[in-house]
Design a protein around this ligand. Structure first.
Ligand code: FAD
Length: 415
């Protein structure tokens, strides 16, 4: 009998998994369904560039259904709930999808309404996020109008997608304001709930150094409780207040709302408890999860989702043929960090090894780690092509592996 594989979410993880599974199974062996709310696939790393006029909406948004190989059934509707006991998904259009294997890839939706005042007066006038296409587009207009004052780049709380993206925004804002000749009229402030610029100590020190060099004030352990767009104030839970003329914030993130309506599927925040090495969930042996939807202790990043997808696809195949699962995923993550002036850093790490300096052996040649370079900036720009043409279609890329390599890295003692 043909197996039914149902994938919830057709973003980065859902699309690459569907395409990898389609390559792996003949259509007689498995029917593959993908469910997503809409038909717009957004290349999210591109959102960073929109506010600075470096990318346009039409370059980073493509029809979702065009990203699937033939033989994949796309359902353009929401997920209402999952019933683990009888292996069924109820969709918002009231149809029901029974499954042999379920893959949860619904990412981590933004929850701006969860912060007092944030979506009240001043939202999309002096308070913005670049984490959505609409927000990034409005922010571009606001930045064009901006003539000076106090610009705060803020992250409400962790976890967020791509934890370095707000830092990149601050670095690019410094570059953009210099290009416009108004940098000396702007006080740039970066606030974070963390105790440093980033989560991992060595990278945190490097990034704090860069903020300092660029005259961007770093405010740590700032847990935002309220945003007031009338008075231009951010208020932390500990009572500290910061004034702003323009706020660029990253709202709270959570799991998709249907997870709460699906008993046993997720934790109280709506994230899916997932085995960190196999991507099988705690919920059930025939339920797997990847990407931002999981509770795994690694970054919520496209690179992570890509590496996870490779192991997850293997494990769906092994599960269906009754074989032992592959426990190969080690938390591998990598990310280019734009620092402005056509330069970027690269970090590469996993569950156990924090980002280290050295050189990353990429298929295009060695790239400097934790050091600004033009080559890394070109790598960041190239990634968009790689995303649409290799990562999403589920092609194998030699030299890029779910297991992190120590080749080229300098161990802490040698740092
Ligand atoms: C501004 C920004 C910059 C970034 N930069 C980088 C970077 O430089 N490098 C990097 O590696 N990563 C980056 N990321 C992170 C990366 O985009 C995500 O980690 C990645 O897309 C995660 O894939 P995913 O499949 O888990 O989630 P997504 O790609 O977000 O897909 C989730 C899908 O689920 C769908 N969905 C949600 N709820 C429902 C529902 N109820 N019913 C049906 N469908 C639903 C959504 O519509 C969406 O299509 C960035 C993200 C942002 C926002």
């Amino acid at each position: 009998m043909r197996k039914q594989i149902v994938i919830l979410g057709g973003g980065t993880g859902g699309t690459l998994t569907a395409n990898r599974l389609r390559r792996r199974f003949h259509e007689d062996e498995a029917q593959i369904h993908v469910v997503d709310l809409d038909d717009r696939h957004v290349y999210q790393p591109g959102l960073l560039f929109v506010p600075f006029g470096l990318a346009d909406q039409d370059e980073i948004v493509k029809p979702r259904h065009h990203q699937f190989r033939s033989g994949i059934t796309f359902h353009e509707t929401g997920v209402e709930s999952v019933t683990l006991d009888d292996n069924r998904v109820v969709l918002s259009d009231a149809s029901v999808l029974p499954y042999d294997v379920l893959v949860v890839a619904t990412g981590s939706p933004l929850q701006p309404d969860e912060t007092d005042g944030l979506t009240g007066p001043g939202w999309l006038e002096r308070m913005f996020t670049f984490y959505t296409v609409e927000g990034a587009t409005e922010l571009r207009r606001a930045l064009e109008r901006f003539q000076g004052g106090r610009l705060i780049v803020n992250m409400i709380d962790m976890p967020i997608k791509c934890p370095v993206a707000p830092l990149e925004f601050a670095f690019l804002a410094d570059w953009y304001l210099q290009e416009r000749g108004i940098r000396d009229r702007v006080e740039l402030v970066y606030t974070t709930p963390l105790d440093g610029a980033f989560t991992k100590p060595i990278a945190s020190e490097h990034l704090a150094g860069l903020l300092d060099e660029k005259n961007i004030e770093l405010v740590t352990e700032f847990n935002t409780g309220e945003a007031d767009g009338n008075t231009g104030k951010l208020v932390a839970y500990d009572g500290r207040e910061l004034d702003f003329d323009l706020l660029v914030t990253v709202p709270l993130h959570g799991g998709a709302a249907y997870i709460e309506r699906s008993p046993g599927l997720g934790d109280p925040l709506g994230f899916v408890q997932t085995n960190k090495a196999t991507l099988q969930t705690v919920a059930n042996e025939n339920v797997f999860a990847l990407g931002d939807a999981t509770d795994l202790p690694t970054s919520k990043a496209g690179s992570v989702t890509h590496f996870e997808g490779e192991v997850l696809t293997e494990n769906v195949a092994r599960f269906l043929s009754g074989q032992e699962l592959d426990a190969r995923y080690d938390g591998h993550a990598n990310c280019f960090i734009e620092t402005g002036f056509h330069r970027a850093l690269l970090i590469d790490f996993n569950y156990d090894t924090e980002p280290l300096p050295g050189r990353f052996p990429s298929p295009a040649g060695p790239l400097p780690l934790l050091r600004e370079s033009r080559l890394n900036h070109l790598g960041k720009l190239m990634f968009q092509w790689f995303y649409w043409h290799a990562l999403l279609p589920g092609r194998e890329v030699p030299g890029i592996s779910p297991a992190m390599s120590m080749t080229g890295k300098k161990q802490p003692a040698a740092v």
